[in-house]
Design a protein around this ligand. Structure first.
Ligand SMILES: NC(=O)c1ccc[n+]([C@@H]2O[C@H](COP(=O)([O-])OP(=O)(O)OC[C@H]3O[C@@H](n4cnc5c(N)ncnc54)[C@H](OP(=O)(O)O)[C@@H]3O)[C@@H](O)[C@H]2O)c1
Length: 329
């Protein structure tokens, strides 16, 4: 099969397209003929060895796929060859055949095409898990979403609105802010040109945000600490800015704040029932027209490195997807 290969954590520039043997599913695993694979910021870390999981080399990046089940391993009972699925992989999505665990593979609604499905699990799963499981977001609360025009950010704007929150979207540049508003955000802050802390205060009538979803870190996180309401919750999602912030514990004490870490993928192992139920809920929301996934660009498999460069350049919005099979739909 054709696959994008990372030989030695040499980063994006060292990735190459190669012929590799097709992987065979082990017990509890599913092989998927990949139609499309979602591109994640985490892939840029995976190929330099900076991600929290470090695969054995050589490996293929790609953490989520959509396609058709081609084979199942021993003990797999819920899926059969021929089913249309999406899946979260440990890695290996940028290839014609990928392996995923049964508990991380889900049959998809007929209305969900493969390209859209490939960009669905990480973004909406992270958004839903962070707001429902970790933050306990309530209808009527004020939610601030940083990096709101990016993959997980834009999905969180939609999930926050679907849960009945007032959503303040923050992003770098007026076009990105407008995009977040077109996906349902009530207010927008352009943090390149506006003072984040002052604007959150202004938009919340001085009260501050109840919940902050932060995939950016750095100065966005620091501003959040000082513009969160009494009893507020800040969910730490990632550090796209490259800066891991420090938390001054005195600020948490004074305002009864909680800073909550969240690693969505770890629920596959630690809470598989919650994980499975999440997709039931998200597919229902999708079919009811409450979610509108944005795939802003696609790249063919051979240009996967270009897709990762585009993501890192900070110029992409929503989700970008690598199409693997011809005419993926
Ligand atoms: N914890 C979890 O379970 C989980 C799950 C999924 C993703 N994540 C993390 O969430 C973060 C976002 O992932 P994603 O796939 O949504 O990425 P993405 O689509 O590239 O979005 C990241 C956003 O971060 C903002 N940003 C700020 N400073 C940046 C910089 N120096 N370089 C690049 N972007 C910067 C950009 O928005 P502006 O230009 O508007 O600032 C961009 O839209 C990553 O850190 C990822 O690892 C965590």
């Amino acid at each position: 099969m054709r696959a994008i290969v990372c030989d030695d954590f040499g980063g994006i520039d060292a990735l190459r397209l190669a012929e590799r043997p097709e992987p065979v599913p082990g017990p509890g695993e599913v092989a998927i003929r990949v139609a499309a694979s979602g591109v994640n910021f985490a892939d840029t870390l995976l190929v330099t060895g900076e991600y929290q999981e470090k695969p054995q080399t050589p490996f293929s990046p790609g953490l989520e796929v959509a396609g058709t089940v081609s084979a199942v391993g021993a003990g797999v009972t819920h899926l059969a060859p021929g089913e249309r699925v999406l899946a979260v992989t440990r890695h290996g999505g940028f290839a014609e055949v990928a392996i995923a665990r049964e508990e991380a593979t889900f049959a998809i609604p007929q209305t969900l095409d493969f390209t859209t499905a490939a960009g669905f699990p990480v973004t909406y799963g992270t958004a839903h898990g962070a707001l429902v499981w970790r933050a306990g977001l309530q209808p009527g609360e004020i939610l601030v979403v940083h990096g709101a025009a990016g993959g997980v950010g834009l999905a969180t704007v939609e999930v926050g609105k679907a849960m009945g929150a007032t959503v303040i979207a923050t992003a770098g540049g007026p076009e990105k802010v407008e995009l977040a508003k077109s996906h349902g955000a009530d207010h927008g802050i352009d943090y390149r040109n506006e003072d984040l802390r002052a604007r959150i205060k202004e938009l919340t009538g001085g009260k501050g945000a109840d919940v902050v979803f932060d995939p950016v870190g750095g100065s966005a996180f620091e501003a959040s600490l000082r513009s969160t309401a009494w009893g507020g919750r800040i969910v730490v999602i990632g550090f796209a800015s490259g800066e891991v912030p420090k938390v001054p514990a005195n600020l948490l004490l004074v305002k009864n704040l909680a800073v909550l870490g969240f690693y969505w993928g770890s629920y596959i192992q630690h809470a598989p029932n919650l994980f499975r139920q999440q997709f039931v809920d998200l597919f229902r929301w999708y079919e009811a027209g409450r979610l509108h996934p944005l795939i802003s660009r696609t790249f063919p498999l051979e240009d996967a490195a270009e897709a990762l460069r585009a993501l890192k350049s900070r110029k992409t919005t929503g989700k970008i997807v690598v199409t693997v099979a011809d005419g993926a739909s």
